[in-house]
Design a protein around this ligand. Structure first.
Ligand SMILES: Cc1cc2nc3c(=O)[nH]c(=O)nc-3n(C[C@H](O)[C@H](O)[C@H](O)COP(=O)(O)OP(=O)(O)OC[C@H]3O[C@@H](n4cnc5c(N)ncnc54)[C@H](O)[C@@H]3O)c2cc1C
Length: 502
């Protein structure tokens, strides 16, 4: 550690934000170069309090087993499964890394953050049932989706999802797919476990420290102006490498760096609400994550789903998320976040998006205005007998979708995640929110590859020790998939059914 003056300290790596992304990057780097000094600055009092918190996201281990928006119908009527394959392979990287950490005793009790849970897709109406059948045909032939079942038989569906089928008028065709190798992940618990591990391995974690500014120094490092909320003091900390893992707060920080890569990018905040069941008798009747189809005009992040969740090891039932509009970039953010992010270099991009996305904005505002009874009506499309008194609402996390200029035109709204890095790899920021926490390991490995290219030769074998499928297409290696599924299921305590691969 280099002491620069009373208050200015130079370190190897600074991670901004104590969410799942910083937790994952810090843990990966600690394994690759244990001697590097890492500091974390988090403005809240604890780790995993924003989007990564268990109440702020849906806890789906996204691996495209149930999310219909990851498979689209091509003009010739066939189903494009390339995105589903990508996301599934990315989730396998997470499973392998988490298993490595458990096997190495770096984290314990995996049942406290991951549990097996059937993933299901449910559709109604002839056209949707035809789509689901075609999707099933396309996926079930792929080794990554082995074990998927489909049924349009009411008796079978009643057995799979009694809460959804009871009281249903059978005037429309209905069908569902089910795969038992799905997971429910408590990303909040995992984030806290990873930060506990980092803290016990000499990473300095500074809670109640808000990063206010980021500037280049003359030697190419980065100096952070940090507000110590506890003391009210301003501190200055310098690092050779900075990761901006501020979730929704990443865009304003990236803009402060002034790097050319930060220009012409905007953010579009989308808020969320879940309905949570307060009746244990109802909670007990459901055991799956059941994803439906997004309504026409609705953005992909508002696909309705009825999810069994395990929060603090207690079985819970959530429905949602209902998307909405709020100008805040974080749940704990400010109403001036959106307007403050409009800069001379992105104003045209933002205006273009504003014009293009009028219908989305209108949709989100309508969603915010929904009364509880209107939300209950949407829930009753899943649970026909749902009673209003059994359900409360909770505010979910805030997502900031990236707006940028693409081949599709100026101000195009993106629904994925974007890693933005400086040309010299000295700073990286993660923007966007989907598929999110599930693919944190893949995304952080991308950050490492982009920012530390000269170390990759040396690190590759270490990464492969932690993540055997790193750099290999799993889809083309069914035997490796089987091996990974079997070993990670055993380590993480996941369903035995997972071990059966036909
Ligand atoms: C409604 C909803 C449902 C979702 N469902 C899923 C799901 O089912 N599966 C899935 O995989 N993903 C899901 N996601 C996405 C997932 O939650 C996010 O991708 C992930 O949690 C992002 O992690 P992060 O570390 O980037 O951000 P966060 O967890 O938000 O952490 C960022 C941290 O940075 C801190 N910070 C911000 N600015 C500053 C600053 N200036 N100084 C210091 N600290 C700062 C914040 O306080 C916060 O603690 C969902 C998200 C939402 C909102």
């Amino acid at each position: 550690m280099i002491k620069m003056n009373n208050k200015e300290i130079k370190t190897d790596v600074i991670l901004i934000g104590a969410g799942i992304m910083s937790a994952t990057l810090g843990t990966l780097l600690k394994e690759l170069v244990p001697e590097w000094e890492i500091k974390v600055f988090e403005k809240l009092a604890n780790a995993g309090e924003e989007s990564s918190n268990e109440w702020n996201n849906a806890g789906t281990g996204h691996s495209a087993l149930c999310e219909l928006n990851y498979t689209s119908e091509k003009p010739d009527g066939s189903i494009d499964i390339s995105k589903a394959i990508n996301i599934n392979e990315q989730f396998q990287l997470s499973r392998q890394f988490w298993s490595y950490l458990v096997n190495s005793n770096l984290i314990r009790n995996p049942q406290d953050f991951i549990k097996s849970l059937p993933h299901m897709s449910l559709v109604e109406g002839e056209q949707n049932v035809t789509f689901l059948k075609k999707r099933f045909e396309a996926l079930s032939n792929n080794p990554l989706f082995q074990g998927m079942e489909i049924s349009d038989d009411h008796e079978k569906l009643l057995e799979w999802i009694p809460l959804i089928m009871e009281g249903r008028t059978m005037d429309e065709p209905i069908a569902a797919t089910k795969i038992d190798s799905g997971t429910d992940v408590n990303f909040g618990a995992l984030t806290r476990m990873l930060f506990d591990h980092l803290e016990s391995h000499h990473v300095e974690i500074n809670y109640n420290h808000s990063v206010e500014d980021i500037k280049r120094t003359s030697d190419g490092s980065w100096e952070l102006k940090v507000w110590n909320i506890g003391t009210g003091n301003i501190e200055r900390h310098t690092a050779k490498f900075v990761f901006i893992g501020g979730g929704g707060g990443s865009l304003p920080l990236l803009q402060k760096t002034g790097i050319p890569e930060s220009k012409h990018i905007g953010g579009f905040p989308v808020s969320g609400l879940f309905m949570v069941c307060n009746n244990p008798a109802v909670v007990a009747q459901h055991h799956a994550k059941v994803y439906g189809k997004a309504k026409v005009g609705a953005p992909p992040m508002s696909v309705p789903h009825l999810d069994t969740r395990y929060i603090n090891n207690k079985k819970t039932l959530l429905f949602g998320p209902f998307a909405g509009f709020s100008p805040k970039f974080l749940k704990t953010g400010s109403n001036f976040d959106l307007i403050g992010s409009v800069k001379p270099n992105n104003v045209i991009t933002m205006l273009a998006a504003g014009i293009k996305e009028l219908s989305l904005t209108k949709y989100l505002i309508q969603q915010v205005m929904l009364s509880n009874e209107k939300r209950m009506e949407e829930l009753r499309e899943f649970i026909p007998n749902a009673k209003s008194e059994d359900w409360d609402t909770v505010v979910a996390g805030q997502r900031v979708q990236v707006i940028k200029d693409t081949e599709a035109g100026k101000g195009t709204l993106q629904f994925g995640t974007e890693v933005i890095t400086a040309a010299d790899g000295s700073i990286a920021a993660l923007l966007g929110a989907s598929p999110g926490a599930s693919t944190a390991v893949h995304v952080m490995l991308e950050v490492i590859k982009k920012c530390f290219p000269t170390y990759m030769n040396e690190w590759e074998s270490k990464i492969k020790k932690m993540i055997p499928s790193y750099g290999i297409s799993l889809m083309d290696n069914p035997e490796l998939i089987h091996e990974i599924h079997t070993s990670t299921a055993k380590t993480l305590g996941l369903s035995e059914k997972e071990l059966v691969l036909s």
